[in-house]
Every structure is written in structure tokens, then in C-alpha cells.
Design a protein around this ligand. Sequence first.
Ligand SMILES: Cc1cc2nc3c(=O)[nH]c(=O)nc-3n(C[C@H](O)[C@H](O)[C@H](O)COP(=O)(O)OP(=O)(O)OC[C@H]3O[C@@H](n4cnc5c(N)ncnc54)[C@H](O)[C@@H]3O)c2cc1C
Length: 297
Amino acid sequence: MYPAPFNYHRPESLQAAIGLLSRFGDDASIMAGGQSLIPMLKMRVGDMAELIDISHLPGLDHIELRGDTLHIGALATHARIAANEAASRIPLLRECGGGIADRQVRNMGTIGGGVSVADPSGDWPTGLRTLDARLVLTGSKGARTVSISDFILDSYTTCLNEDELLTEVQIALPPEGSSSAYVAFKRAAPAYPTASAGVQLTLDGNICTAVRIALGAAAPVAVVSAEAEELLLGKEINRELLESAAETIVAASEPPPDARGSEAFKRAMLRKLVVEAGERALARCRGEEVSGGHRYA
Ligand SMILES: Cc1cc2nc3c(=O)[nH]c(=O)nc-3n(C[C@H](O)[C@H](O)[C@H](O)COP(=O)(O)OP(=O)(O)OC[C@H]3O[C@@H](n4cnc5c(N)ncnc54)[C@H](O)[C@@H]3O)c2cc1C
């Protein structure tokens, strides 16, 4: 289907883009990489009268380490993040960005779009929840920083005000002895995950001193469980403990049955993915080189 008619705006600066958002309010739609918006336009989902193309705005596609924080501009594409040297300090970023869809989507789609769409099965919402990322939102009143858990309020719903853009993702570099992994089960490459899991661990010697586990496609927003993490904290992690933690966090999830699988299938898959991501993160914490990828049907 052809999109319904719309007015196209191509602001030259962030301030001009924010000015347009303030002016058009509800009627404005933002386009970054266009990989979610263009399909929606073609399906005529929603009313998109004023399209504001931010894809070329300057100063929003950086990927830089500043001190002990990684700063990723909202327009950095999935492919650039997956291949970036600074980002490789956090292995989860490569696995998350590098596993999204296919090469075409990864070359166009942006981290800002991936997280702002707030699709419950999107990869960035789960990956960034695992890393407790912080997001910079810039609007007519200036910039504010919110945690990823405060940013995504519900499925497809964020705390962005009408005049705000997501401008940067910030991730604190985890301390020495830390590592991470992210793994998804997908029916095919250009398909959203049926289930996904991210694990971030910190070890002191062999003892786990910090852990975050997040599940994707398992509820309207990424699922975390303090109870599951407690099972690992202060312990020497092994497969049995990871299986117990997986059991506990999956019990706290509510994966919806749909065309991708039944609830029981998704729960089984989520348990498997937590253990797989946990073992991969653990090996990396111990200094082992472990490559990883997603599971495909
Ligand atoms: C075939 C196909 C397969 C896909 N598979 C996956 C997958 O496996 N995993 C996955 O996670 N994603 C997948 N996607 C989606 C893809 O990752 C998109 O790139 C992403 O969801 C949106 O990023 P974008 O830059 O293209 O945003 P756009 O499509 O340009 O924008 C979508 C919406 O996001 C919001 N937005 C975008 N940027 C900003 C910003 N800076 N500030 C505020 N709001 C903003 C706006 O509301 C905008 O309308 C797939 C897409 C396709 C077409």
C-alpha cells in the first residue's frame, strides 16, 4: 500500500527539529533510520501528517568512551555499534546490535529508534536494560537524563514528551572482572526475537559480586528479577545456579502466546537462553574468548 499523503520536514539542526516537534505536537512523526516508521507508513498505521526526518542531524551518531562512560548518539546505527572498537568493551552491544534483522536493516536502523519504538520483543530495550543504560532526552526546556527502566513505561510507550528527542545513550563501563552476553531465539534473521536474554556479571575472583539478568519478548517491558539475581550474588556461579536463576526469573515473566510460539514454548526457550547467556558471560569474565550469536529456528 502507498503511504497516505504527509508533509516532509528536514531540519538542519537539533534545535530546529525540536522547534518542529513543539509546533506540530501530536501530528509530528520522527524518522531516524526509517526501518520501523516506513513499514508503518506503508501500512497506514496511525496518523502521520508531518514527518520530521532527523536522520542527517549533525552530532548525533557518535560512539565514544569518555572517562568510564560509553556515549552512543541516538543516530548510531545497529551495524556501526556492532563493529565499533569502543563499544566492544561491552560484548553485549556487539551481540545485540549485530543480531538485529539483516544487513540492510542494521545499516539503516538506529539505536535511538530501536529503543524509542519500545517494542517488547525489540533487541535494544532488553540489551540496554541488562546494562542499566541511561538515556539523554532533549526538548524545548533543555536536556534530562533518565534510566532505561524509567524510559520505557509499557509496550510501545515511553516517557518522551511530544517536543523531545532521544539524543544519547550512556552506559557506564562495568568494573574489572565484568562481562556480558545477549542471546535471542529468532525464527529467521529478518524477524524479531521470539525470546531473548541478556546477562551482565561481575566476579571478584570466582565470586559473583554484581549481576543483572533481563528477558525480552517476555512481558510488555523487559523483565528483571531481584530474587533471581540474589541466587547468584556472593556465590561461585555454576550451571546449576544459573538454571535456578533462570527458573526464578522466567516464573516472573508473562510471555504472550502468539504466532511465534505458545507460552510454554517461550518459557522453555527463555530458561535456555538465560543459561546460555549466563555461561557465555561467565566465561568472558574469566578471560576466555567466546564468540556468540543468536539461535535461529
Ligand atoms: C525486516 C525488519 C526486521 C527487523 N528485525 C528487528 C529485530 O530483529 N530486532 C529489533 O530490535 N528490531 C528489528 N527491526 C526494527 C529495526 O531495528 C529498526 O531499526 C528500529 O526499530 C527503529 O529504528 P529506526 O532508526 O529505523 O527508527 P525509525 O523507523 O526511523 O523510527 C521509528 C520511531 O521511533 C521513534 N524514534 C526514532 N528515533 C528517535 C529519537 N532519536 N528520539 C525519539 N524518538 C525516536 C519515533 O517515534 C519514530 O517514529 C526490524 C525492522 C525490519 C524492517
